[in-house]
Ligand binder design. Structure first.
Ligand code: COA
Length: 270
C-alpha cells in the first residue's frame, strides 16, 4: 500500500454508487485504511456484497439501497451512515449514469436522468451530510470527469452534469470552508474494468485512448483510489475547491491538432 494502513482510522465514510466499479474500489480502499464505510446504491445485492468485503477488512460497514435521485432516501442513508460509528467524516459522491447518445437524439428524460443522478444527486447527498461533516471538519469528494473540458460528442448530458458537479465543488468549498469542511473532486479519464469504459469505449476506441494517453495506458481503479486517499486524508488539509485530474495526461493530448503538431515537429527536426 502507498499510504499507511491507519490513514483514516476511526473515520466513517458514505459512498454513493458504492456497489460496483470505481465506487466499490473506493469503498474497499478507504476500509483498508481504517475507515468505516457505508455503501449506497440502487441495487441491494452489489451493495450487500461490498459491505461484506468491507467487514472482512476489520471495519464496520452498512449496505444501503437507495437512489440518489430521491432526497428523502438520501437523508435516511446519511443518517444510517452516521449511526454506524456515531459520526460521518467523508462523503464520496460517486453515483453516476452514462450512455452514448448524440444531442439530436437525446430525449428530455434521457438528459434529465443523468443530470438528476450526477449533479442533483451530489447536491442532495452533500446537503444531507453537511450537519454531520461540520461537527468535526469533514470531506466531500465528488467524482467528476474530463469529458466536459472539451466538446465530447454523444456526451452532452454527462458533460452538462459534470460541469455542474465541478461548479458545486468550487461553490461548496467556499461556502463550507468556514465549517472546516473541504470539498474536492477527482476527474478520472477512462478507467479499466469499469462500466463506464464498457459503455463508452466501444470497438477500437480503447486502443485509441491508450495510444493517445501520454502515460501510455488506461487508468486503474487503484489510481483513482490513491488520489482519493490523499484528498480524504490530513495530507490534503489545506486543499479545497480543487478537481484533481487522474487521466495520465489524456485530455491535454486530446485535441485534433495533436497529430498535426507531431507531423510538424518531425518535419522541423528533419
Ligand atoms: N440512448 C438514449 N437514451 C437513453 C439511453 C441510450 N443508450 N439509455 C437510456 N436512455 C434514456 C431513456 O430512453 C429514458 O428516456 P425516455 O423516457 O425519453 O425514453 C431516460 O434515458 C431514462 O432511462 P431509464 O432507463 O428509464 O432510466 P434509469 O433511471 O433506469 O437509468 C440511466 C438511468 C439512463 C443513466 C442508465 O443508463 C443507468 O442506470 N446507468 C447506471 C450505470 C451507468 O451508467 N454506469 C456508467 C457510469 S460512467
Amino acid at each position: 500500500m502507498v499510504f499507511q494502513s491507519d490513514l483514516l482510522q476511526g473515520k466513517t465514510a458514505l459512498i454513493t454508487g458504492g456497489g460496483s466499479g470505481i465506487g466499490r474500489g473506493l469503498a474497499l480502499a478507504l476500509a483498508a485504511h481504517g475507515c468505516n464505510v457505508a455503501v449506497m446504491g440502487r441495487r441491494a445485492e452489489p451493495v450487500a456484497a461490498a459491505a461484506d468485503d468491507i467487514r472482512a477488512l476489520g471495519v464496520q460497514a452498512a449496505a444501503i439501497s437507495a437512489d440518489v435521485r430521491d432526497p428523502a432516501a438520501v437523508e435516511q442513508a446519511v443518517a444510517q451512515a452516521a449511526e454506524l460509528a456515531g459520526r460521518l467524516d467523508i462523503l464520496v459522491n460517486n453515483a453516476a449514469g452514462n450512455f452514448l447518445c448524440l444531442a439530436e437524439d437525446l430525449s428530455p428524460n434521457g438528459f434529465g436522468a443523468v443530470v438528476d443522478i450526477d449533479l442533483k444527486g451530489s447536491f442532495h447527498a452533500s446537503k444531507a451530510a453537511l450537519p454531520h461533516l461540520k461537527a468535526r471538519g469533514g470531506v466531500v469528494l465528488n467524482i467528476s470527469s474530463t469529458l466536459q473540458y472539451f466538446g465530447t460528442a454523444a456526451q452532452l448530458h454527462v458533460s452538462a452534469a459534470k460541469a455542474g458537479v465541478d461548479a458545486l465543488t468550487r461553490v461548496l468549498a467556499v461556502e463550507w470552508g468556514g465549517y472546516g469542511v473541504r470539498v474536492n473532486g477527482i476527474a478520472p479519464g477512462p478507467v479499466a474494468d469499469t462500466e463506464g469504459v464498457r459503455r463508452l469505449l466501444v470497438g477500437r476506441a480503447k486502443e485509441t485512448a491508450v495510444g493517445s494517453t501520454p502515460l501510455g495506458r488506461l487508468g486503474s481503479i487503484e489510481d483513482v483510489c490513491n488520489a482519493a486517499l490523499f484528498i480524504c486524508s490530513d495530507a490534503a488539509a489545506f486543499v479545497t475547491g480543487v478537481t484533481l485530474v487522474v487521466d495520465g495526461g489524456l485530455w491535454l493530448a486530446s485535441n485534433g491538432m495533436t497529430e498535426a503538431w507531431a507531423a510538424s515537429i518531425e518535419q522541423a527536426g528533419s
